[in-house]
Design a protein around this ligand. Sequence first.
Ligand SMILES: C[S@@+](CC[C@H](N)C(=O)[O-])C[C@H]1O[C@@H](n2cnc3c(N)ncnc32)[C@H](O)[C@@H]1O
Length: 361
Amino acid sequence: MKWIFPRGCFSSILQPVLLHSNPGRPVSCSTVFSSHKPRIPLHLRPPTSRATVADLKKWHIWAKNLVSSVGSTFLDLDNGPDSTLLQRELTWLVQDAFENPNKVSFQNSNDDDSVVSLRACLDDLYEMWKQRIEERRPFQYVVGCEHWRDLVLSVEEGVLIPRPETEMIVDLVNDAVNENEELRNGLWADLGTGSGSLAIGIGRILGDLGKVIATDLSPVAVSVASYNVQRYDLQDKIAVKQGSWFEPLKNVEGELAGLVSNPPYIPSDHIAGLQAEVAKHEPRLALDGGANGMNDLLHLCSGAVFMLKPGGFVAFETNGETQSKFLVEHMDTETKGSFHNVKIISDFAGFQRYVTGYKAR
Ligand SMILES: C[S@@+](CC[C@H](N)C(=O)[O-])C[C@H]1O[C@@H](n2cnc3c(N)ncnc32)[C@H](O)[C@@H]1O
């Protein structure tokens, strides 16, 4: 899915940043697990339903026609998906919903009476596709998962769908730990973990002694991240905690080998203009970075100085060039030379997306 943000339009007037406070949001001090029950992604549900090939063909024709009726409307409207992407999503829905997607080619079958096992009943398939097209519900929420790096992560409403550009932060961490074994076996934090994507990606490249604390303010994110961590059998390596930014890390001040975050960084008044999948369905808590989008980035950057041990590595994702430059300036001035080897790194599309650095020794 595209991640379409208006870029580079924020004011240079910044809010003061308070360490251990939450810029502009209600604060939760809880570090207990959420009671929210994560939704099981479609492809992992048991095949409890059956349908005839004839009924599936009928559904499929209806679903394809719905896509054709939309054409490029969403693309023209708000840079949303076009019919090529939607047709591809329909194929993925079939793959996730069928018990045996490789063996079933119902569209070409002449045996209309034969029966196929499904992970969702036919009525649900009609409803899912209606929601995708008519309500612009993101495909990832419809099927309950997103493919990210080599992971398949559970997602649902209330949790940001992890984006491809965030994948590169794991590579940046990999480079840092390859250069320094102390970092590989140290304690890391992923602040605002969402689905747990970064924490899991990093957890898998750390050494035997390396650990990750993944935090989020959202109880749904905490529950979904915990589910994903368990699915990848990393519960001994990754602790998921609920709370605002540094609160769940109070006990490890000055001990972190590394800290990463992809915080909310969209300027508040740009959110309504994003594609409907994002603006209507993804959690505002995951998107809204305040008036200029920088509230959380600056807060986290200032706090990182106190959380990292000397030589510790930090990586932030930003909206692009303007935010990255602003953050580097903040690291140079506000944190009074606490960081060295500060770099802006571009993503695969050429946007100056990441800011990395090391805490001075
Ligand atoms: C842009 S999303 C990133 C999610 C995930 N790291 C990823 O890259 O897919 C930002 C995350 O920060 C969380 N968040 C927002 N405010 C927070 C706060 N005050 N404390 C902790 N997490 C917060 C949101 O719930 C959301 O999961």
